[in-house]
Write a protein that binds this ligand. Structure first.
Ligand code: HEM
Length: 188
């Protein structure tokens, strides 16, 4: 893998940098209901160069670390890392994501148009247990007790701002739970 300033990151170029935001809201499961957690976070997204797979696929790579802190006690309560990958030939974005609960996933999407009606970059990726391409891997414990069945992420980036909403569908405490997170961040 080579790190090179000439690498074409395609639409992902706009993600590079350190992003911070304090308007986060997390809706998380509790045995007897729902927990609402206001949060702030920092996402650090860095260039990872590019690489070749099977001498035919070329991927441009960004890697990131995301630390999310609960406002009520200033403790990190979500720690995530992964890659954003761009396949220019196939016009495909892939988000690989790992959290220390022993859940990892690949969310992807084929794109034809990356701009929303205001000219901002718009990215939408999806992963599901049942999808033929973009899947979730989790430990036996999580499969049995707090199973992630799908993940959907929608991000809009423009003028140094990032806005996202993500929905993680869970089977937990004997019911289906819509675990959501949203925030607005600024490029530092
Ligand atoms: C800003 C992002 C996120 C925050 C702040 C967050 C926060 C939380 C919180 C507070 C819980 C409840 C924990 C407990 O009561 O013990 C939870 C549960 C869970 N989250 Fe997240 N989460 C985020 C994103 C994600 C993502 C992206 C995934 C997976 C793709 C995920 C998977 C899970 C799972 C599987 C559980 C069930 C485990 C449990 O409640 O014991 N979360 N999350």
């Amino acid at each position: 893998m080579s790190v090179d300033i000439a690498v074409d990151y395609g639409p992902l170029k706009e993600l590079i940098g350190v992003w911070s935001g304090d308007k986060g809201m997390d809706i998380a499961p509790e045995p007897d209901g729902t927990e609402e957690n206001p949060y702030y976070e920092t996402i650090t997204i860095e260039e990872g160069g590019d690489l070749e797979n099977a001498q035919s696929q070329r991927l441009s790579v960004l890697y990131y670390r995301r630390l999310v802190t609960r406002k009520s006690n200033n403790k990190v309560f979500h720690d995530e890392t992964g890659y954003w990958l761009w396949d220019a030939k196939e016009k495909t974005i892939i988000h690989s994501l790992s959290i220390p609960r022993a859940v990892t996933l690949l969310a992807g999407a084929h794109f034809t148009n990356f701009k929303d009606k205001h000219g901002n970059l718009e990215i939408e990726v999806f992963s599901s247990e049942d999808d033929k391409d973009w899947n979730i891997v989790q430990s036996p414990f999580m499969k049995n007790n707090a199973r992630t069945t799908s993940f959907h992420q929608h991000i809009v980036v423009g003028n140094g701002k990032m806005k996202y909403k993500e929905t993680t569908m869970l089977n937990i405490y004997g019911r289906v739970f819509e675990h959501t997170d949203e925030n607005e961040l600024k490029l530092q």
